[in-house]
Design a protein around this ligand. Structure first.
Ligand SMILES: Cc1ncc(C[n+]2csc(CCOP(=O)(O)OP(=O)(O)O)c2C)c(N)n1
Ligand SMILES: [Mg+2]
Length: 371
């Protein structure tokens, strides 16, 4: 019997989930003359190395500056449909991704830019994706809430609250069936805490001792609904009910998140089963860019200011040394200027191909299946 599988469950051949180490599939964005600074779409992407304070600070800055640039492009109408900015929550993505190995996987959320950048998605490709251009990570067809790259183990951002959890659980199960020691991370917000699918995912992960790290980014609100008026009990209490070790951590502190995530990832990789991290964090911007056009009064300016005092970037810059941080800031600014140039130079997809890529091709049927 598969270790950890419930008695009576016959092992089933899992549909292969492409390994992050696998050669790039043919379904990659076309190489549309990227500038010298932008890697060719044909080059396999590289999982971001976040193994030093310097690299982690650089990634914090990359996510922050990427989002600021994206906000500008929403305002100027280049990015249509808007985005859910990750500004303020960067320490969670960087701290968690720093704990992962190259073969691990993550399932993201509607507020997913930070997660996919911290995993190594090229900012130029992501910016092009947000702008709906063929040079985008998903050929401009996915947009902000569907950015994915299986070669990096990014199973996708997701517009459905809580939907990343069962995807991560399924990936963890498939990986274990395939004999891999990969770990899968499910990011989700406090708004997912009352979704049945999250509780089902916690249950299966616990029953089968799957290598999953559940990361709740508790930023205090689901759209405008304060968690305090919506969530009975606690986030960690939900995990504890399934016998899953659960820890609350300061989500504004990259190093605290990393330490907690490393412990959980090591446990998962060594067969110890799932863990749950509640990261207490805050979004400095509105729920969605549309909020800039609305007068909503669900939180006070004093509350926002108090959380801004806990901004993870100055904290990390001080720890690193402000001189080095400033040099990294300049490096990131140049990288993102090139990224924007690339994104804007990339064309929109040809409307004649609008129905392309709607259905998967090349799926391998399970052994014994009649097709
Ligand atoms: C199943 C489902 N219900 C409702 C929505 C609408 N919706 C989009 S984002 C959101 C709030 C999510 O809050 P949270 O999970 O805390 O994430 P945050 O936006 O705070 O990052 C809601 C209700 C949705 N996308 N999916
Ligand atoms: Mg929330």
């Amino acid at each position: 019997m598969t270790p950890g599988a419930p008695a009576g469950t016959a092992p089933v051949t899992a549909p292969a989930v492409p390994s992050a180490d696998a050669a790039p599939s043919a379904d990659v964005p076309p190489a549309d003359a990227p500038s010298a600074a932008i890697p060719s779409a044909d080059a396999p992407p590289v999982v971001a190395a976040l193994d030093t304070p310097e690299r982690r600070y650089r990634m914090l800055r990359l996510i922050r500056s990427f989002e600021e640039r994206a906000l500008g492009l929403v305002k100027s109408g280049v990015i249509t449909g808007g985005i859910h900015p990750y500004i303020g929550q960067e320490a969670v993505a960087v701290g968690v991704c720093a704990a992962l190995g190259t073969g691990d996987r993550l399932a993201s959320t509607h507020r997913g830019h930070g997660h996919v950048l911290a995993r190594g998605l090229d900012p130029a490709r992501l910016l092009a994706e947000l702008a709906g251009r063929v040079g985008g990570s998903n050929r401009g067809r996915g947009g902000s809430m569907h950015a994915a790259d299986l070669r990096l183990g990014i199973l996708g951002a997701n517009g459905i609250v809580g939907a990343g959890a069962p995807i991560a659980v399924g990936a963890a199960w498939a990986d274990r069936q395939a004999g891999s020691d990969a770990v899968a991370v499910a990011f989700f917000g406090d708004g997912a805490l009352n979704q049945g699918v999250l509780l089902e995912s916690l249950n299966l992960a616990a029953m089968w001792r799957l290598p999953v790290l559940f990361v709740c980014e508790n930023n205090g609100y689901a759209t405008t609904l304060p968690a305090g008026t919506a969530v009975a009990g606690s986030a960690t209490g939900r995990a504890a009910a399934f016998g899953i070790p659960a820890t609350e951590v300061d989500g504004m502190d990259t190093e605290a998140v990393r330490a907690a995530a490393e412990e959980a990832v090591a446990r998962a990789r060594n067969g110890g089963g799932p863990s749950f991290l509640e990261c207490r964090t805050y979004r400095f911007e509105g729920h969605h860019t549309m909020e800039r056009l609305m007068k909503l009064h669900y939180r006070t300016t004093e509350e926002v200011a108090a959380w801004r005092e806990r901004d993870p970037l100055p904290r990390a810059a001080t720890a690193l040394g402000t001189g080095l941080a400033a040099a990294l800031d300049a490096e990131v600014a140049a990288e993102l200027a090139a990224a924007e140039e690339f994104a804007l130079a990339s064309p929109h997809p040809d409307p004649a191909g609008a129905a392309d890529h709607l259905y998967a091709s090349g799926l391998r049927p399970r052994a014994g299946a009649v097709v």
